[in-house]
Design a protein around this ligand. Structure first.
Ligand SMILES: NC(=O)c1ccc[n+]([C@@H]2O[C@H](COP(=O)([O-])OP(=O)(O)OC[C@H]3O[C@@H](n4cnc5c(N)ncnc54)[C@H](O)[C@@H]3O)[C@@H](O)[C@H]2O)c1
Length: 276
């Protein structure tokens, strides 16, 4: 976890709540001689005192190790997921990503908690591996209590990673994931690109909706592989579309189940009714 401010410290607490260890790093303040981890330490202390509580139990804090970005950067080579939640400035985030890339192990997931910076700008100048493994995971404050997690990929995000993150955040972190309108735009753009291919060697018609998007999404995919520069780019686009459709359909099924449950609760079967 990079950045131990309001969001970073609380986000670090959340995996700890489900038994996942994390490393919480922040800057070394200028002229600080005594405690180079002071910002991360203070962040963790604040998270421990937070009301409402960030940790399920204070013992959870033992799973959070503190440090600083100068001395402990190399530790990032051994983590599965790097979450960046430093101040909302593109130049500072870019400079930090440049540092991360010097130690990054290929395949490591990287996400930003940015509220407003566009994902495609965040990855400007980054390597292909970084881009493939990058997305925005936007937690809300207070992290433990706000169920919503907004996920925003870029055009380069590996679709399989997107699926994995959606499932991990839902099933392990207990979040309600929303794939943002920009995700929908991404899918629509991909569909548009596919349909420009012309004839119909491959046609998939999907109708699905979800309570969260509050509208039905109709995708008609007509792809002609030779309109792409390579077979793999066509596959990549199709996987993204199929991945999106999977997620939307699942969200729709879940919304239907919830609606059914609510209806059942509102009109319980009268046990004394004839034939009941
Ligand atoms: N506060 C919110 O309610 C909220 C909600 C959702 C998303 N966000 C987003 O989360 C991110 C962090 O927001 P916050 O409210 O936690 O900010 P914050 O100001 O509380 O914390 C930012 C942290 O970044 C650290 N930092 C500054 N420069 C750094 C650098 N070069 N390298 C590493 N760390 C550095 C600071 O020391 C500080 O601890 C932002 O992108 C923000 O848009 C905030």
């Amino acid at each position: 976890m990079l950045g131990a401010g309001v969001m970073g410290a609380a986000i670090a607490a959340h995996p700890a709540n489900v038994g996942i260890p994390s490393l919480l790093l922040d800057i070394v303040p200028p002229n600080e001689k005594k405690d180079r981890d002071i910002i991360a330490r203070t962040g963790l202390e604040k998270a421990l005192k937070a009301k409402p509580a960030s940790f399920y139990s204070k013992r959870g804090a033992q799973l959070v190790t503190i440090g600083n970005i100068e001395d402990d950067l190399e530790e990032l080579a051994d983590v599965d997921w790097i979450i960046e939640a430093v101040i909302e400035r593109l130049d500072i985030k870019h400079a930090l990503y440049t540092k991360i890339e010097t130690v990054l192990t290929p395949g490591t997931i990287i996400s930003s908690n940015t509220s407003g910076l566009p994902a495609h700008m965040l990855v400007e100048g980054r390597s292909d591996d970084f881009r493939r493994n990058f997305l925005i995971t936007h937690f809300f404050n207070p992290v433990r209590y706000m169920k919503l997690l907004e996920i925003v990929p870029t055009n380069n995000t590996n679709p399989q990673l997107l699926l994995f993150m959606e499932q991990f955040a839902t099933n392990v972190l207990g979040k309600g994931v929303v794939l943002t309108p920009s995700f929908r735009t991404l899918v629509e753009r991909k569909v548009e690109k596919l349909t420009r291919g012309g004839a119909v060697p491959l046609a998939v018609r999907v109708t699905c909706g979800s309570q969260r998007f509050q509208r039905t999404v109709r995708l008609v995919v007509r792809a002609r592989r030779r309109s792409f520069s390579s077979e793999s780019s066509a596959d990549h686009l199709l996987t993204a579309v199929e991945g999106a459709v999977d997620i939307l359909c699942r969200q729709m099924r879940e919304a239907q189940t919830r609606r059914r449950r609510v209806r059942t609760r509102r009109s319980p079967v009268d046990a004394n009714a004839p034939g009941a």
